[in-house]
Design a protein around this ligand. Structure first.
Ligand code: BYC
Length: 339
């Protein structure tokens, strides 16, 4: 029922986890030239760890990407959180609650991974709140019906997992380790979305129409999550040379489309692309690209929900000030009593 694509993806996560454990006993001889040593570790597919010297641009790129990823997890709680109180049954509510809680957990692992690069979580949150750092474009679209929760799980989490499985092999150890856990949980999220859509598409004609409408609205924004086309991607080349990214934006987008076609058939839902067809020569599906001008507008702050998402995040941050103060006061007390 779930399509057969997830077993191979999860096998890739397991194999990356095994390689990570092996890489812990590093077998690259320490050199005197720092840049050479860094290059050798990356070339040997070993992991750069927080204790290691690294080029400043590598550190900055990682902070940018990991922070953006962490912020996406936290902002991503909003569109789904919107449906917790309106889920159609207690079971659906419990599952959605657990899923949204998982996203908070992913945010935490990722903020912790970013902190190993010498930036504090406070600084990162500050940069999100004052607009210096970004979060994924996808969370600036509204969740209009319950079927949107299914479409987010199937398409948004599906796109996230296709993007993130290769990050389990990222050259920076703390990020790679965080991604292994995130991917295992993300695959469950994708399945729950698929199952919601499957139930709706095999329900009443109204439910099926609702599921189709959600897929129609989320398809292109999900394709855009992979970023601009390779020709316009400013960071890809360098990030791939450093083995932070393992595949280009377009390669991953194609992989996602190929995966979805078969699953859409199982769901009995239509992918809203009249030009979608199997390209025998390339061995991939040909598809219509998302509107990249729209992606750029959304990234720059002009999407349907940008203002609402940021206003909510700022309010939640302010409302949480007393919790941070209390935690700090408690930590201070414990420190004093330990002396
Ligand atoms: N949205 O040179 P490029 C999730 C920016 S959610 C916003 O190709 P890069 C989940 C990009 O930052 C998914 N901005 O960049 C959570 C750059 O701007 P700056 C989050 C985007 O980094 C809850 C510029 O455009 N996943 O998992 O090489 C529920 C040029 O792009 C987007 C991650 O963050 C976008 N869609 O590649 C469910 C994964 N695309 O910074 C699911 C980790 C591009 O120079 N991140 N930009 O001002 C990545 O893999 C990469 O950062 C990207 C972009 C593929 C997203």
């Amino acid at each position: 029922m779930y399509g057969n694509d997830f077993a191979p993806l999860l096998e890739q996560v397991d194999s990356a986890e095994r390689d990570l454990q092996q890489a812990a006993g590093r077998d690259v001889a320490a050199g005197t030239d720092l840049q050479d040593y860094f290059d050798t570790i990356v070339a040997a597919d070993q992991k750069i760890e927080p204790r290691d010297w690294m080029p400043e641009a590598y550190r900055k790129t990682l902070i940018r990407q990991i922070a953006q990823h962490a912020h996406s997890e936290i902002i991503g709680m909003q569109p789904e959180g919107n449906w917790i109180s309106r889920a159609p049954s207690l079971k659906r509510k419990a599952i959605l609650l657990a899923k949204v809680q998982d996203e908070a957990g992913h945010g935490l692992y990722l903020y912790a991974a970013a902190e190993t690069l010498g930036v504090s979580r406070d600084e990162l949150v500050e940069m999100l709140i004052d607009g210096r750092q970004k979060y994924s474009s996808i969370f600036n679209y509204p969740t209009l019906t319950w079927a949107d929760v299914g479409a987010i799980g199937w398409l948004v989490d599906g796109a996230a997992i296709v993007n993130q499985v290769p990050l389990c092999r990222c050259s920076y150890g703390p990020y790679a380790r965080a991604m292994i856990r995130v991917c295992k949980e993300e695959s469950f999220h994708q399945r729950q979305g698929f199952e919601i859509l499957h139930t709706l598409s095999h329900g009443t004609p109204e439910q099926k129409a609702m599921a189709q409408d959600a897929v129609d609205r989320w398809w292109y924004p999900s394709l855009a999550m992979f970023g601009p086309p390779d020709t316009d991607s400013t960071h890809s080349e360098r990030s791939m040379a450093w083995k932070i990214k393992r595949f280009s934006n377009d390669e991953l987008r194609q992989r996602f489309v190929d995966m979805c076609v078969q699953q859409a058939e199982v769901l009995d839902l239509r992918i809203p692309d009249p030009d979608l067809r199997w390209d025998e020569e390339r061995g991939h599906y040909a598809f219509t690209q998302p509107d990249y001008d729209e992606l750029m507008r959304v990234i720059k702050g002009d999407g349907p929900c940008n203002q609402e998402r940021m206003a909510h995040r700022r309010r939640a941050h302010e409302d949480g000030a007393w919790v941070r103060e209390a935690a700090q006061a408690y930590a201070g007390k414990r420190e004093k009593s330990a002396v």
